[in-house]
Design a binder for this molecule. Sequence first.
Ligand code: ME8
Length: 642
Amino acid sequence: MTAYITTPIYYVNAQPHLGHAYTTIVADTYCRFRRLCGDNVRFQTGTDEHGDKIVEAASRNNTNPRAYVDSISAMFRDAWKHLQITPDSFIRTTDEEHVRTVRSILQTVYDKGDIYFDEYSGLYCKGCERFLTEKELVDNKCPDHMVEPEEITEQNYFFRMSAYQQQLIDHIHANPEFITPERYRNEVLSFLSEPLEDLCISRPVSRLTWGIELPFDPGFVTYVWFDALINYLTGIGYPDGDNFRQYWEVAEHLIAKDILKPHAIYWPTMLMAIGLRPYSKLHVHGYWNVDDTKMSKSIGNVVRPADLVAQYGRDALRYFLLREMSFGLDASFGHETMIARKNSDLANDLGNLFSRSLSMVHKYRDGLVAAAGKREESDDLLIETAQRVLPAYRRHMARFEFHKGLQTIWELVSQANKYIVVNEPWALAKDEARAERLDTVLYNLVESLRLLSLTLGPVMPETAAKMSKSLGLKNDKRVTSLDEGGRWGVFPPGTTVGETGALFPREETPGKAKKAKPAAVSSKKKQKQIGEGLVSFEEFKKIEFRVGEVISAERVEKSDRLLLLKVRAHEERTVVAGIAEYYSPEELLGRQVLLVANLQPAKIMGLRSEGMLLAAKSEEEGKTKLVLATVSEPIKNGSSVS
Ligand code: ME8
């Protein structure tokens, strides 16, 4: 199949921020996913360089529009490189070819009688670069830019958009997937239930010169939206380029909800006037907020992708953005959530699985992966998980449900981690008679990692490449094609695996924004940094956790904080616990708790304490909350926990 995916072309009135990065990462991920499925894909992004806003920004920066757009457009291009985003074409509305095409389209529509001259008064928002209707205002202000629009009266050219209203409504009804998610389709239909006004498509040169001159009146330049939307055609060589013939039919535009109206109403009606079929699909996502306010250049609360890449790494950022936002809904950015996701999903779950598995192959088999032998129950469970996860991943990614696609993949990550715990390869390695079992366990782990590097490629291309290189499969179809590699058991036995370096360093300082990364770190030092904050599995296994029941509890004299407990686990233990502010002694009697059973005994206020209870702690609305950890169902006292 063929696909043509576009992002909005971004205004060059300021530098790229997280919102731009999100849309462009989504487009890049989706394109990579479609290529993984074997599709022929074209991906276009670019910059929107005409209009009032650009002129203002240039003068704020004491330069002329030409020099200004060149410098900011280059920043967008570099930002995408930095995020490993690889568009096939990067269009600029100041490109000569684009200017030529816009003028020729204007002439066609004018000759057809769909552009006329008239006087107009309206409420103009500079931020949106368009006239707003009364209905769109909230407290008399533009809801996106929080400013009152200006009342403007002028003579201008108008596009007869109203003539295509019914045709557009019919098209939306006949093509249920034309605008998704559905909430945005409904929003557009509701807007179209009122009579549509014609669209003002010019600006007098007395007010603005930085634009494309109308071919039929040099006293006017083209309204920036009429110019910008046409990029989707000029980038593929409309009207007679091969790419146009190949890709227009399958065009899928990706935008946030701020520019729904130009894309869902102006653009399809413009296409109808040009005599073209509307694009195939419009995918609309929500806003990234910071402190519940939309992040935007005009408001000034922006988060820069380059800073986040320096702090967390590009793949961690790509993963976070796709995992954290449900496509279509708003999401909020915060360093703490970013760090929590990176540490738990990437450093712990995926990173540890990768390094543990490969280091065991090195340690027990000198890096050589042998064929799997007879299957046991735990193997079936792992294989079934993989076989369930793959088609679900494919379905979700194809529907722009990236967070669900990733959630699904993490079911395999977590099953593979459990598989290690259940099979205890370190114990198998000590028993000659169980050599075949160890081979099977190691093969299944490596095969799980292969499937993970295959499916994570679109989201985290750098990490996936690192994984597949370590698996000895760099650029192999088995890690680059879902059809060839999307089945269980494809990893070739007899392969020697490579190095096992950590995939993701842990973040140590939640909530604290680090300065940019130090330029160069020696590899020894890097190794040390990577290891910091991590415990090896062997170290972790030294800790003995047991289930115990509280059989007596009393307050410790002269202490507001301490309770003296007797806990029945594999044996009776006395525990002095700092939980008196959160639990009364009575509440605790008969409860099952989790005990750290091999902690060195300590004296607390003269009382011997022979263990520690596990509890979760949080800060909520300025208050500390503490809850004891327990088991989800009653189990024999003394049971070990791992
Ligand atoms: O509107 N959250 O350009 P623009 C998520 N030039 N995405 C966001 C975002 C946020 N807080 N802020 C911006 C324009 N975006 C026109 C487009 S297309 C023919 C012309 C993303 O620089 C999102 O994709 O204001 C949004 O639609 C786009 O940037 C707007 O970019």
